[in-house]
Write a protein that binds this ligand. Structure first.
Ligand code: F0G
Length: 435
């Protein structure tokens, strides 16, 4: 017991103790005479929770008084809660660590809190001798990591009185923006490159009620257009140029450190418009400053046909089967390169074949099905290990898998062997299975 900030996971513990108990600002434990311990985020959150919960929950004994003394909070009474408090989303959990305006009004689908799955089979396949974890971001509410940034961006927009949001998208941002706008009672407009958006993403945007507009051009053309229109009209841009998107997406780095107790040695992830790599690096740096969790080396991976950060100049006609990262002029390209350099990592390219191969291996060895772009980080890791340019031995590696396989089912079904058909008879089934 003991993990979690008060008000977040459990309130089923004694929270504070008698005269000797103190809780200092920062990360401390408040002990209880029963021997139970609880980690507390901040004194202010202790006080806020105490205040809030005293009205609401069953408390065996009431909070009596607290006062600061020498930078410490002295709590004079025991609080015993018996209610379990459910997860309430990223802004609730990490809001105080994010640079969001005070007027922000939370719009949440309980995003984040995604699993960090140990991938021993895949680690062995890649040569073994290291720990590999998959941060499975496809398990966010709309099936991709975009929900982390979108809860922040749409919450800020709502608080500011915005009624319409807009984005350019290769699909996932569109679905996420549409969902959060729907929940906030806002209108959403999404611009997508014609014919290049996977079915699951387009279907999501439509289902959530977005006005979907196809551009006879690339993602980069669409991004230029949404920037222009939001400069002219009171519509909120929710691409990752929006700083609140970056704030929200930092939370994944926080979660990784919270689970592992430190940053990993290496972080591998796909790079498209470069918002996510920027966010992770900012998140790890912030946590390291606060909690000395260390910093990972960052391996960013682009698709070979859309790799401006590897090749140098922007790509006019980017092409890749990983349509999510089919981007020729990443808006945060400079920051991505800086993150790679500062972290003593790098940005490399993986071919479509290498990406699709990794997508298959991950599904077959670990039961984790991700969309093609989401396998790019791991494909890059495999390339580096095979080349001998990254020695993972004894290291801890986290790969970010950004979107769910269901986003792009056609990539699998178009080449698949049709499942065999048998008569509804046991003998027929036996013959098929047992030969
Ligand atoms: N993986 C997936 C599944 C994505 O959808 C994206 C970006 C990325 C990785 C790359 O992240 O842009 O922050 O470097 N998708 C954007 C979109 C462009 O419109 O959905 P990034």
């Amino acid at each position: 017991m003991g993990a979690g900030v008060i008000g977040e996971y459990f309130l089923g513990f004694c929270v504070a103790v008698g005269k000797d108990a103190t809780a200092s600002a920062g990360n401390v434990c408040v002990g209880a005479p029963t021997g139970m311990l609880m980690e507390v985020g901040f004194v202010s959150s202790v006080q806020a929770v105490i205040k809030k919960q005293t009205n609401k929950t069953r408390i065996n004994r009431r909070f009596i008084a607290s006062k600061y003394s020498g930078g410490k909070l002295i709590i004079d009474e025991i609080l015993c809660y018996t209610r379990r408090v459910a997860y309430q989303g990223l802004l609730h959990k990490y809001g105080p660590l994010l640079d969001l305006p005070r007027y922000t009004r939370t719009v949440s689908l309980l995003e984040g809190n995604t699993p960090l799955i140990k991938a021993d089979n895949l680690a062995r396949q890649l040569g073994g001798g290291f720990e590999l974890f998959i941060k499975y971001e496809g398990l966010n509410p709309t099936g991709s990591f975009k929900d982390r940034g979108m809860t922040a961006a749409v919450s800020e927009a709502l608080g500011r009185g915005t009624t319409t949001v807009i984005c350019a998208s290769t699909g996932n941002t569109a679905a996420s923006a549409a969902a959060y706008a729907a929940r906030a009672g806002m209108k959403s407009i999404v611009l997508i490159p014609q014919g290049k958006v996977a079915t699951g993403k387009l279907a999501g945007a439509i289902a959530y009620g977005a006005q979907v507009i196809q551009i006879d051009g690339s993602f980069d053309d669409a991004l230029t257009m949404v920037i222009e229109i939001t400069n002219k009209h009171p519509i909120c841009l929710v691409n990752s140029i929006n700083p609140y998107r970056i704030e929200g997406q930092k939370t994944s780095a926080f979660e990784i450190c919270d689970v592992l107790d430190s940053a990993p040695d290496w972080l591998c992830l796909p790079v498209g418009n470069a918002g996510n790599i920027t966010s992770y690096w900012a998140g790890f740096k912030q946590y390291n400053q606060m909690k000395s969790t260390g910093l990972p080396q960052v391996l960013g991976v682009q698709a070979a046909g859309s790799a401006p950060l590897v090749l140098g100049p922007p790509i006019e006609n980017p092409e890749t089967v990983a349509t999510a990262i089919r981007i020729g002029k990443p808006a945060r390209g400079e920051q991505a390169l800086q993150a790679a350099e500062e972290s003593k990592g790098r940005i490399i390219a993986a071919t479509d074949d290498q990406i699709l191969e990794m997508q298959k291996i991950l599904a077959k060895l670990e039961g984790i099905w991700v969309e093609p772009a989401s396998a790019a980080g791991l494909a890059g890791l495999a390339i580096e290990i095979a080349n001998g340019t990254l020695n993972p031995k004894g290291k801890r590696v986290v790969a970010i898998c950004t979107g769910h396989g269901l986003k792009d089912p056609e990539i699998i079904t178009k080449d698949m062997q049709k499942p065999s058909i048998v008569l509804p008879k046991l003998e027929a089934l036996e013959e098929l299975i047992l030969g």
